[in-house]
Design a protein around this ligand. Sequence first.
Ligand code: SF4
Length: 73
Amino acid sequence: MKEDIKVTVDRSKCVGTMTCMYASKGIFYLREGKAEVKNSESHSAESIMETAELCPVSAITVIDENTGKQLFP
Ligand code: SF4
């Protein structure tokens, strides 16, 4: 079952460590030294949350699209 979650990257916070790209293949890519969301459709909410938690500057935000609740950070 695909969870309805929305993932965004705050590029003003991102410091380009690429941790999120190594941790979850395919969700993020690097553009001009900072992360962008590429494709989160095929990833579980759990793996997206785990990846967001690894970001050293909490630049990745995860929102439950059904409730509007912010799941992370
Ligand atoms: S882990 Fe965080 S700081 Fe590092 S590239 Fe991803 S979003 Fe940017």
